[in-house]
Design a protein around this ligand. Structure first.
Ligand SMILES: [Zn+2]
Length: 99
């Protein structure tokens, strides 16, 4: 199982395996999906989460579209997006630390 290539952190200078997925729930009123901003290791999470929040805030939406603020999910290989565990405690810690 671990012979597959590892999923790496989005930070190009990092190279560590990613353990978190930062993503927002997007919908056009009919269908919805999880829009991924970044995959992150433990060290880069704070930085990548802040970047993802900035990207989400800058995203232009059509009138019927909605895009939730980014959430942090535990990245588990082989799990569907809808099965991923959302780590809301971690999101809150990182949000309150933001300046
Ligand atoms: Zn990293």
């Amino acid at each position: 199982m671990e012979l597959n290539f590892p999923v790496l952190c989005t930070n190009p200078e990092c190279g560590q395996p990613a353990i978190y997925k930062i993503a927002s729930r997007w919908s056009d009123g009919v269908t919805g999906e999880l829009k991924t901003y970044a995959l992150s290791c433990d060290n880069c999470l704070k930085k990548l989460f802040a970047q993802s929040q900035a990207k989400q805030a800058a995203c232009r939406l059509a009138p019927a579209e909605t895009l939730d603020p980014p959430g942090i999910y535990r990245l588990v290989r082989g799990q569907l997006d809808s099965q991923l565990e959302r780590l809301t405690d971690l999101e809150q810690i990182l949000r309150t630390r933001k300046q």
